[in-house]
Design a protein around this ligand. Structure first.
Ligand code: HEC
Length: 132
């Protein structure tokens, strides 16, 4: 009887811990990032995304995969894995949040702020939008 109780207790703690770490793992941009305005007008979005596609090929594809599904060879051994950029979890975020994440990075996701210009980062965000 006591053994059984102990087992149930142990299991509860384990499940609680797992859901806690899973939650911890979700990467949330700070609230202020939502206010970052995409400076590219809708008329220029297609051209911007085209420039972004070129940047994606040379800078992002190695980890995020040819179609952005998070399955690039460079990401195979990483924890956490490169995100699937076509997923609704990523696409549900506003442009400012994606821009903020690209700019600041986390874990193995590179901090692109010092590497790509602001315009280039918006171009790549506009390209990521075409992946949904
Ligand atoms: C060295 C591998 C690597 C490269 C190169 C890379 N990424 Fe990532 N990226 C990651 C990893 C790993 C994560 C997940 C980080 C985490 O959750 O802590 C990530 C996460 C992201 C996210 C956040 C998804 C979310 O909402 O959680 C975006 C957006 C993103 N990458 C875009 C890009 C873009 C755009 C480029 C190219 C300019 C790029 N990445 C290049 C590894 C990479």
């Amino acid at each position: 009887m006591q053994k059984k109780l102990l087992y149930i207790f142990g299991l509860t703690v384990l499940v609680g811990f797992m859901s806690f770490t899973l939650q911890e793992d979700r990467w949330k941009a700070p609230e202020g990032a939502k206010a970052l305005k995409n400076p590219i007008s809708s008329a220029d979005k297609a051209e911007s995304a085209k420039r972004g596609a070129k940047i994606f090929k040379t800078r992002c594809m190695i980890c995020h995969g040819t179609a952005g599904k998070g399955d690039g060879i460079g990401g195979k051994a990483l924890t956490p894995k490169p995100q699937n950029l076509t997923s609704s979890m990523v696409q549900a975020q506003v442009d400012g949040e994606l821009f903020w994440k690209v700019t600041n990075g986390r874990n193995d996701m590179i901090k692109w702020g010092p590497i790509l210009t602001e315009d280039q980062r918006w171009d790549v965000v506009n390209y990521v939008r075409t992946l949904k």
